[in-house]
Write a protein that binds this ligand. Structure first.
Ligand code: NAP
Length: 267
């Protein structure tokens, strides 16, 4: 049998920035046969760092990412980025194809419409902005910071904007800002929607539990939700759970060991 030291340390790059990215880093960081690096876009100043080695910031497009993979001797890339972070996922697919590296990707399951949900689904943030911009309309805008500028043209509606950090993007003229990081409890979401007499909630379909309670609260209060559909992210097979990703990585390591043993004659 080949030993862990003979396998050497397989260099794994986690494209993260999500709770699953942090979970995966924690699961893999203690393994003797792996050297794990988490990569974060660095969108917030107050970063929550995952366990183990971390790098922060863009790679400089596909070429930059491909060079990084080669220079850092990465053996496997795992994409656990946010469902709306489509560009980095597409870059990862191209860079891995180009460098011949395996790519394992997680696609967090979206929320599904339940009885009582009043969802109006739109393709993009501009359409959401157009839909809610009505006189005397009070909108809870909970989409993160990056796409807020799409709503700056809304001169009729009033917005309660929730973000982790103060947005630098241009905001709509009538708004109030709440700076908070999830997860959010159902009672707090119900209170927020009631206290601000919210007519519409605007949200991504992020999936997961951390931000779901605004959707559950809207359902309880019969409040419509304008849901921006997910962008297209992957051409390759994806996994829905961290467990699925870990099992695939383990299979890949076993297969690599088996073929290296065959090549070196080790049984
Ligand atoms: P994106 O549009 O997929 O990526 C834009 C660029 O950011 C990429 O081309 C890459 O720059 C850099 N980047 C993204 N993720 C990276 C990572 N893990 N490591 C290193 N570089 C990374 O993603 P986005 O602009 O960050 O966000 C798009 C949407 O996803 C927004 O709606 C945002 O709210 C949501 N979101 C993103 C994150 C996140 O951590 N990125 C977390 C929560 C929500 P280069 O081309 O220079 O390599």
């Amino acid at each position: 049998m080949v030993s862990a030291t003979q396998i050497a340390q397989l260099r794994v790059l986690i494209l993260g920035g999500t709770s699953e990215g942090a979970q995966l880093a924690a699961r893999l960081s203690g393994r003797a046969n792996l050297s794990v690096i988490s990569s974060l876009a660095g969108r917030v100043v107050d970063l929550k760092l995952p366990e183990g080695e971390v790098r922060v910031g863009g790679f400089g497009g596909v070429d930059g990412l491909a060079s990084y993979l080669v220079n850092e001797k990465i053996a496997v890339v795992i994409d656990v980025t946010h469902p709306y972070a489509a560009r980095i996922s597409q870059h990862a697919e191209i860079a891995c194809r180009r460098t011949g590296l395996p790519l394992i990707a997680l696609d967090r399951p979206p929320w599904n419409r339940l009885d009582g949900d009043r969802w109006h689904e739109v393709d993009d943030f501009q359409s959401a902005a157009k839909f809610v911009d009505r006189e005397k309309t009070r909108v809870f805008l909970s989409i993160g910071r990056q796409e807020l500028a799409s709503f700056s043209v809304c001169s009729n509606a009033w917005f309660l904007i929730r973000a982790i950090e103060k947005p630098t993007e241009q905001l709509p003229p009538h708004h109030q800002l709440v700076l908070q990081r999830g997860a959010f409890a159902l009672e707090d979401e119900l209170k927020l929607l009631r206290d601000h007499a919210i007519d519409y909630v605007v949200s991504k379909n992020s999936g997961g539990l951390a931000t779901y309670n605004k959707i559950a609260a809207a359902r309880s209060l019969n409040t419509p939700v304008v849901l921006v559909r997910r962008p297209f992210k992957h051409n390759i097979e994806t996994f829905q759970t961290v467990e699925g990703v870990v099992a695939t990585l383990d299979r890949l390591i076993r297969d690599t060991c088996a073929s290296e043993n065959l090549a070196s004659g080790i049984e």
